[in-house]
Write a protein that binds this ligand. Structure first.
Ligand SMILES: Nc1ncnc2c1ncn2[C@@H]1O[C@H](COP(=O)(O)OP(=O)(O)OP(=O)(O)O)[C@@H](O)[C@H]1O
Ligand SMILES: [Mg+2]
Length: 245
């Protein structure tokens, strides 16, 4: 579904991502981890076409099409969606209007009322988007939009950060649903999920994980194994690890 080929990204003249290559096949969910500032969010920006960054070289291929230079809304139309680490505040729009726009823009969900209930967003619908929302409310509103969009590829940036355990369960179930993980044999939704804690793995089957260090992929493998190793040795241990030799 998604392939990155030797992608190099710069911002303000400085290299942020170096020679990033990986593939996410149809129906697979991959996990991205790495220390603060290693370039994880920048990688999602590169795929979605957002952020104040420049793709210096390399290709981003989505369903066989080179989307490296496509504007963000065209990427969204083709079926890429994002749940941002720090979503913007939009004074001019209520959550209800935004959700309605997302629904109209795509061939997204028909059952919006049920999704609003599932994400416990009913009381937020007439509020201006993210204005004075709590951390948990911001995340639930973000996932509501994503469920309504129902993208083929979901890019998720730290779904559990700043979220209490009950809300992690709500978001975990939303992710499970978004990625159609209940379908074992006929799964077509894909995901790329950034997480520091791995809590979200309790709700998902993740197929592969990557460790991003200083803007390059230092390691890849089974995500649960990677978390275990990082828990024991820290990210400092990564570059010395036998896997990297
Ligand atoms: N537009 C930009 N201009 C200048 N520097 C940038 C820009 N975007 C990102 N950076 C820098 O690139 C580095 C990677 O940032 P990024 O947000 O991708 O990190 P991250 O891995 O998501 O970190 P965290 O775990 O803290 O969210 C940081 O040093 C950041 O300051
Ligand atoms: Mg980040």
């Amino acid at each position: 579904m998604l392939e990155l080929q030797n992608v190099n990204v710069i911002a303000e003249g400085k290299p942020i991502l170096t020679d990033i290559s990986f593939k996410i096949p149809d129906g697979e969910t991959h996990i991205l981890m790495g220390p603060n500032g290693s370039g994880k969010t920048t990688l999602l920006h590169a795929i979605m076409g957002t952020g104040n960054i420049e793709i210096k070289s390399g290709q981003i291929i989505f369903e066989g099409e080179d989307i490296t230079a496509l504007p963000t809304h065209e990427r969204a139309r083709r079926g890429i969606g994002v749940a941002a680490q720090r979503p913007p505040v939009i004074q001019e729009l209520t959550l209800a209007t935004l959700v309605d726009l997302v629904k109209k823009a795509g061939n997204g969900a028909k059952n919006v009322d049920e999704l609003v209930q599932t994400m416990n967003c009913g009381y937020l619908m007439d509020r201006r988007f993210n204005v004075n929302f709590s951390g948990g409310e911001v995340k639930r509103a973000e996932f509501l939009q994503l469920l309504v969009q129902d993208p083929k590829l979901a890019l998720i940036d730290e779904p559990e950060s700043g979220v209490d355990l009950d809300n992690i369960a709500v978001i975990g179930r939303a992710l499970h649903r978004l990625l159609k993980q209940e379908k074992v044999l006929d799964r077509h939704k894909s995901g790329l999920i950034i997480t520091h804690t791995g809590y979200i793995l309790e709700y998902l089957n993740a197929d592969r994980g990557y460790v991003l260090i200083d803007g390059h992929i230092a390691c890849s493998g089974n995500p649960r194994d990677l978390f275990e190793e990082v828990e024991i040795h820290g990210y400092e241990g990564c570059e010395q690890c036998i896997r990297c030799q």
